[in-house]
Design a protein around this ligand. Sequence first.
Ligand SMILES: [Zn+2]
Length: 82
Amino acid sequence: MTHEHFHPHLTPDEIELWAQGLLGAAGALHLAECRDCLAHAERERKLVLELARLPRFAPEFGFDDRVMTHVRVPTPSGDFRA
Ligand SMILES: [Zn+2]
């Protein structure tokens, strides 16, 4: 039970990285040894998975862009000084 000397506890940032599969081997090794961090990490990963599974609330970005283009279009700069 000397895992504290092996690697410091993971920071919230590191746990978030781990949940996204981006954490390095050292952090992952600590998780394998440390129940506290593992419990925290599992909670974080559940959250990430749930967020990823959420239906999209917002319309697609492309759709938004097209609408914005149409809104801006009716001001042709050519006719302005005629
Ligand atoms: Zn730990």
